[in-house]
Structure formats: C-alpha cells, structure tokens
Write a protein that binds this ligand. Structure first.
Ligand code: ADP
Ligand code: TZD
Ligand code: MG
Length: 585
C-alpha cells in the first residue's frame, strides 16, 4: 500500500539476505544440518552457553525450536513428541544443572520406552577431568550412563553426523528409549572447511530397522491360543506406540477375544467396543487361562504377574525386548519381535483354524461390563451437583465434552485426579491419552501437553491435580508464547490427595500434604495473556471448558473442589508402607 505520510512508515520487511556460502563452518552448524538430514523437524529446550548459537543455526535450518522455562518440561515435551510421532523427540540443554534438569525426563522416557535424544553442550574436558573448577563443570556422560538407554560423547566435528545417526538408531531401534548425546564446547565451536564438512554427511539407510519373531515362536503362540477356553488380550502403550492400529483392530476383532487396555493404550480400540473388558480387569486376572500381552509389561501396574492373576494362567507375550520375557513370571509363549508383524503372522497361521473359547466367556464378561458400567454411571451421577464440587462432579461435567470431541488429546496427572479421570473418560482414538505412566511421576503435565500439541497440531486438554500442576505450571508461559491450542484444567482440592491433612504438632505449619485451597491458579494464564477461568459449579465448568476448547487458544481453568475430595494416594494407597502410630508418653 502506498503511503503519502511524510513521517517514516514502519520500514518495509528487509529484503531476504543474499544467500551466503561460507567457506568455513562450525561444529554447531554440522550438528544442525545432521539433525535436519535425519529428519528432525522440532527441538525442545532451554539455551545458554554453549548451545545458544546452535539453537539459532538449527532454527535457520528449518528446525522448529520450542524454548521452555525449565529443561525437565522441555524433556517431557520431547518424550511425548517421540511417543505420538514414532520418531525420536529432541531436547537441547546447557551443561551442568540444565543437563541434569533435562536428564530426569530422558530417564523417564527410557523407563516408559519413549524415543528421545537429549543433546547437551558440556564444558571442556580437561579441567573437568582434573576437577579444576570448569565453568558449569560436570562429567555429564558418566552421570547419564547407566540411567538412559545409550550415551555418547562427541569430541570432534567430523564425528557429529555419525553420532547423530547412532543416537537416532539407539533411541528408536528395538525397545525405544532416551539417549544422551554429549557435545563438548570445543567441538561445537571448532571451525572447519565447509567443503571438508560436506563430505562427512551421510543418509543412514533404514534408521528405524525392525526385527521379526521366528516362525517357531509364532507357532507356539498360536497353539497355546487355540487351547484356551478363557483367553484375553492386554493392550499396552507399546501397542499404541507402534502405529499399527488397523492390524491390532483386525487381530482383536478376528479372534473375538476380550481385551483391556493399560491407561495409555485406552483408545487404541474404543473403550466402548463390544469386546472391551475394561471394567472386568479383575475377572480377567482371576479367570483367564491364556493372556496375550501386546506391548505391555508385567510390571507393578499388572501386579508383576502375581496377586490376583490366575496362578495356572498362561501368558503369550508380544514384545521387541527379549529380556522382558520371564522377568516376573514365566512366559509360556514369548514372541520377540515387531508387534505388527507378529500379529500379522499369527493371523495368517490362525486362518481357517478354530479357537476353542468357551462360548459363555465373552457374554459373561459383557454382562458384567454392563452391570459395572451402570453402577459407575449411577455413582457418577450421584455427585453431579455436589457443592462444593468433588473430582466426580467435575468429571461428570467434562465427560460428555471430551468424549464428543475425539480430536482432543488428553494429558492427565495427579493421584485422585489421575485415577478418577482415567476411569471416567472413555477414549476412542489411539495415542490420545498421555499420563504419568510407568514411573507414576508428577511433573510431566505441561511439558507433555506442549509436546502433544506441537507434534500433532491437535487440541490438547490437560487434567491436572493441583499438586501435579505445581511441578510444571510455569511452563504454561510456553503454551502462551507459542499460542498452542491447549486447555489446562486444574482440580484444586488444596493438596496432595486432598487439602484436609492435619499437622499433628499443631504448631501452625501446614500438614505435609496441604497446599493452597484458595489459590487462583488461573492468574498464571492471565499473566501470560491466556484465557483464565475460575469455576465453582459444574455449569460454570461446562461453559468455560466449551469456550476454551473452541477458542483453540491457551486457557487455564481453575476448578474449585472441596478440600476433602480425594483419598490418600488415590487408588494405590495399598503401596504405602504400613504405619505404626507413635504414642508420646
Ligand atoms: P504399559 O505401561 O501400557 O503396560 P509398557 O510401557 O509397560 O506399557 O510396555 C510397552 C512395551 O512395548 C515395552 O516392553 C516395549 O519393549 C514394547 N515395545 C515398544 N515398541 C515396540 C515395538 N516396535 N515392537 C514390539 N514391542 C515394542
Ligand atoms: N514427586 C514426584 C516427582 N512424583 C510423585 N509421584 C510424587 C512426588 C508423589 N505424589 C504422587 O504419587 S501423586 C502426588 C504426589 C506429590 C500429587 C497428588 O495430588 P494432586 O492430585 O493434587 O496432584 P489429587 O487429585 O489431589 O489426588
Ligand atoms: Mg490435589
């Protein structure tokens, strides 16, 4: 548009800089280009010495950089990015504490089998090794080793493309996990001839190589399955992660077996599917004679294969990790290899062969499901109008809003907030529920919300306990800075488990579990330009949530609950050590 004004107008956008072809480049440039070449399009992190220039170079290469307020949250975002995309997420940290803050997320990713790579700058080796007091000095490689799936250090720029390829393969091959890549300051800054550097780049062939189960293991599994009278399937997040949704559906439906999903596998098959035995988990544990574990470990979340499980029951386990077999209970038919191919092979083998499932098994589970679901619905409805609200009141309001919008990815952490949300909200789309998972850690919420939104572009709703939110709340600022379509719902019952803990010393200090029942968490959103809601009734919650999700903009809803809503440790209070009351005489 022409301007007639004599006052200088805003300067026109600068003409694009002429492309320049430097004849020298640095290690940082090589790192950015190697990442780009292997297909990394997003990086999460928090910068400073010695990686600031690298982050600019990566951005220049077209890698999206999502800058955080805390490295742990950037790491949670990278891990979730890895989980939902099936390609390693990348975290960038500075040395010493930045590295350590991020490492907690990289370890958590390893525990959960999420593929991610943490890249950290580290200070020069010599004064670290001699303990001479280097700037942010820490022997990071040795700290990381043993806690993550793999850890490598790069000292020379010519090794960077190899290191990136190794880190990528380590993160994604076999059982996925977190990988640490340590790049020293001198290596990042080393100047080399561009022509020479060009020769170091290569394109790794089949960086996501697969391994397949043997025909013998498939035969053994199929024979065992054929012998079963009361078989069942357990779907884990490994099954969701592999993005073989159609094959899994075919296997479940063609065998006609009942299934139950672990929490993050909810939605891989719809929770309301006629074969879903989500509400009959205990019956399956007690009565099934053959259980097929698909990408689910027999860890604490499944009583490590003991407890309620039928002692005479047999297991078929489909997993890529051979050492997973027998780790808690003998596995009668281990099927070690890529889950999708194993399922396809089993289906081929089963074709035309009969399963011997007891004809009353599925109908009895369906009848039980109907009865239990009706009871649950009745109980939920009985809290519909509680004042002040309880967890159930809020969830009763949110349930129809979330279930009717399957585009939503649900992030969830807390104790009662986690358990009650998982039990109330049915999922219908794969990889749409992300929670504190295998390690049961608090502090994944906002990072995972951001990672899920950035990686998928879908709307994300986080349902957070007030304690859980406290671990990552500051990174709500990042949601606002990047204008992500995220709605964070804080269930404020004023504490860890609830807000009615009693300090037995009666000295005026709050009890260990007591937090801030009157806190206005929504003001955090207001501070960063997001939408802010404080709600005390289910009607207000319904209105705020509907508006927030429809806006596709950052929003925080502070849901005021009763301080006595929630019990200690939610559903897993039995894991607490037994307590003996001390009596003072
Ligand atoms: P959940 O917590 O849902 O039970 P887990 O994290 O315990 O799930 O288990 C996931 C399992 O999936 C891990 O044992 C992991 O080795 C396995 N897994 C991950 N990716 C693959 C794959 N591509 N092929 C086979 N198994 C896989
Ligand atoms: N620290 C970390 C890193 N992880 C943890 N799991 C805990 C502490 C202990 N913890 C839980 O296991 S749940 C929880 C904590 C602190 C918070 C529960 O309170 P909440 O949810 O407000 O998030 P509810 O709804 O009040 O139960
Ligand atoms: Mg709470």
């Amino acid at each position: 548009m022409a301007t007639t004004s004599t006052t200088p107008a805003t300067p026109a956008a600068a003409a694009p800089a002429a492309p320049h072809y430097p004849d020298q480049v640095t290690g940082m440039y090589i790192l950015a280009k190697a990442l780009k070449n292997i297909g990394i399009d997003t990086m999460y992190g928090l910068v400073g010495i010695p990686v600031t220039d690298f982050s600019y170079l990566a951005q220049e290469q077209g890698i999206r950089f999502v800058g955080f307020r805390h490295e742990q949250q950037a790491g949670m975002a990278a891990a979730t990015h890895g989980y939902v995309t099936g390609k390693p997420g990348v975290l960038l940290t500075v040395s010493s504490l930045g590295f350590l803050n991020g490492l907690t997320a990289t370890i958590n990713a390893t525990v959960n089998c999420y593929p991610m790579i943490q890249i950290s700058g580290s200070s020069e080796r010599e004064p670290i090794d001699l303990e001479q007091g280097a700037y942010e000095g820490l022997d990071q490689l040795n700290v990381a080793k043993g806690l993550v799936k793999a850890a490598y250090r790069v000292n020379r720029p010519q090794d960077i493309p190899t290191a990136v390829a190794r880190a990528y393969r380590a993160a994604i091959s076999g059982r996925p996990g977190g990988v640490y890549l340590d790049i020293t300051t001198p290596c990042l800054g080393q100047v080399v001839d561009a022509d020479e550097a060009e020769k170091w780049f290569f394109t790794p062939v089949d960086p996501q190589a697969k391994t397949y189960a043997t025909p013998e293991s498939i035969d053994r599994a199929v024979e065992l399955l054929k012998s079963a009278k009361r078989p069942a399937i357990v779907l884990g997040k490994g099954a969701a992660f592999i993005q073989a949704d159609e094959t899994i559906k075919q296997f479940v439906e063609s065998t006609g077996l009942p299934f139950f999903p672990m929490s993050m596998a909810k939605g891989l098959m719809p929770d309301t599917h006629p074969q879903s035995a989500l509400s009959c988990r205990s019956t399956i544990m007690e009565e099934a004679d053959v259980v097929i574990l698909i990408g689910a470990r027999l860890n604490w979340l499944l009583s490590r294969g003991h407890g309620k499980w039928n002692p005479d029951g047999k297991f078929i386990q489909l997993d890529v990790q051979a050492t997973e077999m027998d780790c808690n209970r003998p596995i009668d038919a281990p099927v070690v290899g890529d889950i999708e191919q194993s399922l396809k092979d089993m289906m081929t083998k089963l074709q035309g062969q009969k399963l011997n499932m007891d004809p009353t098994w599925m109908p009895s589970l369906q009848a039980q499901t109907k009865e239990k679901n009706a009871k649950f619905a009745e109980r939920l409805a009985s809290f519909a109008n509680s004042q002040p609200m309880t967890h159930w009141t809020a969830l009763n309001a949110l349930k129809p809003l979330i279930e009717s919008n399957p585009d939503i990815i649900l992030v969830n952490e807390g104790a009662n907030t986690l358990d009650d949300t998982r039990d109330t909200i049915d999922m219908s789309v794969p990889r749409s529920r992300i929670d504190c998972a295998t390690w049961a850690i608090m502090g994944m919420g906002i990072g995972s919300t951001i990672g899920a939104a950035v990686a998928t572009g879908r709307p994300v709703v986080a349902i957070e306990g007030d304690s859980a939110f406290g671990f990552s709340g500051m990174d709500f600022a990042t949601i606002c800075r990047f204008q992500l379509p995220c709605t964070v719902v804080v269930f404020n019952n004023g504490g860890i488990y609830n807000g009615v803990g009693v300090n037995m010393a009666n000295n005026g200090d709050p009890a260990p579990t007591t937090l801030d029942i009157n806190a206005h968490y929504e003001k955090i959103s207001e501070a960063f330009g997001g939408a802010a809601y404080y709600v005390t009734t289910p009607e207000e919650l319904t209105k705020a949530f509907t508006e927030a999700v429809a806006s596709k903009k950052p929003a925080l809803i502070n849901v005021q609950l009763a301080a006595d809503s929630g019990k200690e440790s939610g559903h897993i209070g039995y894991l607490n050590p037994e307590s003996i009351q001390h009596v003072t005489v």
